[in-house]
Design a binder for this molecule. Structure first.
Ligand SMILES: NC(=O)c1ccc[n+]([C@@H]2O[C@H](COP(=O)([O-])OP(=O)(O)OC[C@H]3O[C@@H](n4cnc5c(N)ncnc54)[C@H](OP(=O)(O)O)[C@@H]3O)[C@@H](O)[C@H]2O)c1
Length: 289
């Protein structure tokens, strides 16, 4: 018995660097998959590879997440293929415009918010209705990172969307608590991907020297954290993570393999969430003597 045997998954951004690793990890774990991205040919190629390698059902449905009607058709397709939807993974994203706010194109800015925040939220809305209320918990995994927990100057659309995606996910986790659905965000760490290449292509003047240097370094490195991020996504889709919800989990820094032992503390506290920092948290005392 594999950990995701019989589970059905809708994965966006399936042909991206991280998406491919997640799709591979899920197919290996026995899940039936509906893969999505805009371009059909890479989707078909990936589905062919995975179904041949793992003998599992892998279907594809191209969809542009900047198009509201297209988004609507995606869960419809999942419903047509599968009798129920167990797991939604929102991995698709765009970097959006790079540069200080006053210099970037506003249409590009709002498009990044649409694709990185509104589209995953809409898919959550549409999919949560199809998630099972018996026979296992529903699972939603939203891919955040890259500006969700700290400022990311010159990437304001991307950072704002990812921070909002984290707050949205924690909020939704509370709303669906009695529907047997777990909702979490992951931070995969910097990846050797098209997105890092786009930072490099923007140049040090637009991206800033620090971001540009980081992209240059990661693109030269032999490996990145994509496999660990995919394993985290597999863990969050499995029964082993049941009841762990409303968290932002770093694939590379957090000891998520042992979360099962800390389920009660995870549920009772705000660890792995974004909160306001008080002076006391920084050893400052401003409340008078
Ligand atoms: N790269 C990093 O260093 C990094 C760090 C932290 C977090 N992340 C997050 O990790 C996730 C994956 O990143 P990645 O680096 O693997 O990205 P990537 O390689 O650039 O892949 C992006 C994926 O999204 C799809 N996509 C792009 N625009 C779309 C649209 N309008 N509609 C539908 N699909 C669209 C792409 O396929 P098509 O082009 O065919 O549509 C592709 O499958 C993202 O959520 C990203 O924000 C990345």
């Amino acid at each position: 018995m594999k950990p995701l045997d019989g589970r059905t998954v809708l994965l966006t951004g399936a042909t991206g660097t991280l998406g491919r690793s997640i799709a591979d990890a899920y197919a290996r774990a026995g899940a039936r998959l509906l893969l999505s991205a805009r371009h059909d040919a890479p989707l078909q190629g990936l589905a062919g590879e995975l179904s041949a390698r793992y003998s599992t059902e892998v279907a594809v449905h191209p969809c542009d997440l900047s198009d509201a009607a297209d988004i609507r058709r995606l869960p419809d397709e999942a419903r047509r293929l599968f009798d129920r939807l167990d797991v939604l993974v929102n991995a698709a994203a765009v970097l959006g415009p790079v540069g200080p706010l006053w210099e970037v194109d506003w249409a590009e800015w709002t498009r990044a918010i649409d694709i990185n925040l509104c589209a995953p939220a809409r898919l959550c809305q549409l999919c949560v209705r199809s998630m099972p209320r018996s026979a296992g918990r529903g699972k939603i995994i939203n891919v955040a990172g890259g500006g969700a927990t700290s400022p990311r100057p010159r990437f304001s659309a991307y950072a704002a969307a990812k921070a909002a995606l984290v707050r949205f996910s924690e909020t939704l986790a509370h709303e669906v608590a009695d529907r047997s659905v777990d909702v979490n965000c992951i931070a995969p760490g910097v990846l050797r991907s098209r997105m890092s290449q786009a930072v490099l292509d923007a140049g040090p003047e637009r991206a800033g020297p620090e971001e540009h240097g980081k992209a240059e370094r990661v693109l030269k490195e032999a490996a990145d954290g994509r496999l660990r991020a995919a394993e985290l996504c597999a863990f969050l889709a499995s029964d082993a993570s049941d009841g762990i919800t409303g968290k932002l989990i770093s694939a590379i820094w957090d000891p998520w393999e042992s979360f099962g032992e800390h389920r009660a503390d995870l549920g009772a506290t705000d660890v792995y969430t974004i909160r306001r920092i008080l002076p006391e948290d920084r050893a400052l005392s401003w409340r008078g003597l």
